[in-house]
Design a protein around this ligand. Structure first.
Ligand code: COA
Length: 333
């Protein structure tokens, strides 16, 4: 028996992507690559880059979009969680900076670090605050300025990432058929060597040497991560469907983290979900880390492709390793 007082439903959505576009042709000029290689190996055509500002600006603009489009009273927001691996600074938390920029008078909050699974972890955390009955309006934001940690001389990684922010508002309902139903979330630190940023933390504080070794940029062993990402994402997606008693035909959309089109296709295939039921925006934005899942949902909702009661399976895999899948029932008419 569940001891939830409420279910958490998504009642408002918002997003922000910067105007500046880097297309695949741009990368042909700066590293040895081709539009054809990038498109066929990843599914990415272009990505957006924030020229001025930081992750707190991406998060603030996404939240402002949500607040304006859904007429939300800022005074009522009582918690704020920001999933990011590119905080403005180590401290204070980006959540505090966003609180200040948005002018939220009655909120507490924090940053959550789970790389590309960050939004799923933040969604479950925010939902738990709602389910307990103690909080009524929780803002959950995924935002990353990946361009601030991308090495634009490394063709293995520089083509993959973009900048974006996206926000969800969670509120309580006593209709247990709606909102966040089940999540399976996992971490495994044995993956630390395959996807990381070595420099700047307490293990390797910033020095001239860490800069010379390019340790303040993303490092990824793409092949190693690819294999575990396919298995990790597919396993938990299938498991969460079983947990919720869903067959593939009951799923309105798979909402996968947008890291690589081939990982997305393999996950959908394992779930038995056809391509037209998979949310995609990797072609336009690349991998925006914590912003991929909420920005996909925001765009599909705004295009009129979602209806109340739709079963969404959200799935992600990221550095750590971190991974997970969630069953979310759409609640906005
Ligand atoms: N342009 C042209 N060639 C490139 C390239 C680029 N931008 N990037 C890498 N290559 C080369 C490699 O150097 C390698 O050459 P080699 O065989 O001479 O050594 C070759 O292409 C194949 O590299 P490989 O790493 O096997 O490619 P891939 O098909 O695995 O694709 C990724 C690389 C990064 C796109 C892919 O591995 C991936 O998406 N990994 C997982 C990402 C992920 O899910 N991360 C977790 C969340 S962030």
């Amino acid at each position: 028996m569940s001891n939830k007082k409420f279910n958490a439903i998504v009642t408002a959505v918002g997003m922000y992507v910067p105007d500046k576009i880097l297309d695949n042709k741009y990368f042909e000029q700066i590293v040895e690559t081709s539009d054809e290689w990038i498109l066929t190996r990843t599914g990415i055509r272009e990505r957006r880059i924030l020229e001025n500002g930081a992750t707190s600006d991406l998060a603030t603009l996404a939240a402002q979009d949500l607040i304006e489009k859904h007429n939300i009273n800022k005074d009522e927001i009582d918690a704020l969680i920001i999933a990011t691996v590119t905080p403005d600074m180590f401290f204070p938390a980006t959540a505090t900076l966003v609180q200040y920029k948005l002018g939220l008078p009655n909120v507490w909050g924090f940053d959550l670090s789970a790389a590309c699974s960050g939004f799923l972890f933040a969604l479950q955390t925010g939902a738990s605050l709602i389910e307990s009955g103690r909080y009524k309006k929780v803002l959950v934001i995924g935002a990353d300025k990946m361009s601030s940690i991308v090495d634009y001389t490394d063709r293995n990684t520089c083509i993959l990432f973009g900048d974006a922010g996206s926000a969800f508002l969670l509120e309580p309902t006593e209709d247990y058929n709606l909102g966040l139903k089940n999540s399976i979330l996992r971490i495994d630190g044995s993956g630390k060597d395959y996807l990381n940023m070595l420099g700047g933390g307490s293990l390797n504080p910033s020095t001239h040497e860490t800069v010379d070794k390019r340790w303040h940029y993303i490092y990824q062993d793409g092949k190693a991560v690819f294999k575990v990402a396919v298995k990790g994402m597919a396993d938990v997606s299938v498991e969460v469907m079983e947990m919720s008693g869903l067959k593939s035909e009951d799923v309105a959309y798979l909402v996968p983290h947008q890291a690589n089109m081939r990982i997305i296709d393999a996950t959908a295939e394992r779930m038995g979900v056809s391509k037209d039921k998979v949310m995609i925006n990797i072609d336009k934005y690349g991998n925006t880390t914590a912003a991929t899942i909420p920005s996909c949902i925001t765009e599909y909702y705004r295009a009129g492709k979602l209806k109340k009661g739709d079963n969404l399976i959200l799935a992600a895999f990221g550095a750590g390793y971190t991974w997970g899948a969630s069953h979310l029932v759409w609640a906005i008419d």
